[in-house]
Design a protein around this ligand. Sequence first.
Ligand code: HAM
Length: 420
Amino acid sequence: MSETFQAPKGTFDLLPPDSELWLHVREVMAAPLRAAGYGYIETPVFEETALFERGVGESTDVVTKEMYSFTTRGDDRVTLRPEGTAGVVRSVVQHRLYAGQLPVKLWYSGSFFRYERPQAGRYRHFSQVGAEALGVDDPALDAELVALGVRAFSDLGLSRVELLLNSLGDRTCRPVYRERLQEFLRGLELDADTRRRIEINPLRVLDDKRPEVQKQVADAPVVGDSLCDDCRAHYDAVGRHLTDLGVAWTEAPRLVRGLDYYTRTTFEFVHDGLGAQSAVGGGGRYDGLSEDVGGPPMPGVGWALGVDRTVLAMRAEEVALPPASRVDVFAVPLGAEARARLLVVVDELRRSGVRADLAFGDRGLKGAMKGADRSGARFALVLGDRDLETGQVQVKTLASGEQVSVPIADVVDVVKESLR
Ligand code: HAM
């Protein structure tokens, strides 16, 4: 036998019945967005590499270390999307969606790719549901979007998701903060790599998880103290709207995000049952991103929720999971003629809204009845050659074993009635 293949490192297959849970999570996350006027967008899973370099930021870990980038046969530099916002903004600019009704509200669901060190909750291929609202810088829009994320988690039955909120300032006040922070950081005892980072991306130093660094940055200036009046007013308004919406949040003055496009509102949804990879979602405002990627000035705010980590959170909280998909009726034909007849009956059942399956292949009565039990169906329809002569099918209630004979022509109606 030749060598078999495994799913690549940092990836996993979704198989039934677990895969139902991923479908369920995506559906529940999308529902509040669809009810709030967000339209569905699908963009390619790969984009020009330069889009992410300019959009996500050349000094971020995502761009420097984690992108799946390659040169195509046609010499184009492309990258599997590590996140969704840059592609959505590219698409809105390309199709001039900003020329219509504002805000442009869009949601998406799909696969994302980051070459990270795999661990629990951190994969190289993962799944997000995301939302972006573009063209308006109203703080009420930030609050609405955050509340829709909160709603998604609570609709999934999660009660231990905490909302962390911060403001990163804008292009007026952030440079002032950056300089203050750099001045502070240059006075610390840090290794050469981290010192270089101070000059390139000082905010990321605050995010360094090593205890010796954490201890030293404990007294670092926080961005909140340097906000300009407009950013402060925006932040306060977001907080007020969230309160009006009944959403609880925790102020997180040290929250920095791993992507460079954020301005003003930034937030993360964290869960206490996940260990190191505690963020089940995150997002914020990105008022300069459109211009960074060659578009017109166009403010925006958005989030992405991690589907895989949300499933882990649901398992950690032991929330009731949706029942696995199953059928109501399982048909067992004994012989070729009976199979031909039941194939049609099963099709009729499905058309009238009954979930139904059929025993395929030649498994004999015993094997086929085992299939019926495993299917989770309430009724088995058993049809043999003698039944065909009399035009009757046996309807067996699987839980009790009780069996009745029904004319084949009536079986769809009889089953439908019994399932009511
Ligand atoms: P992000 O914080 O990089 O933001 O990712 C959002 C969520 O995706 C995370 O909170 C996490 O749940 C999940 N996630 C990220 N990386 C991985 C991974 N390697 N394995 C498993 N799950 C992961 C963004 O992607 C932004 N585009 C969000 C946004 C939209 N900001 C504005 N609009």
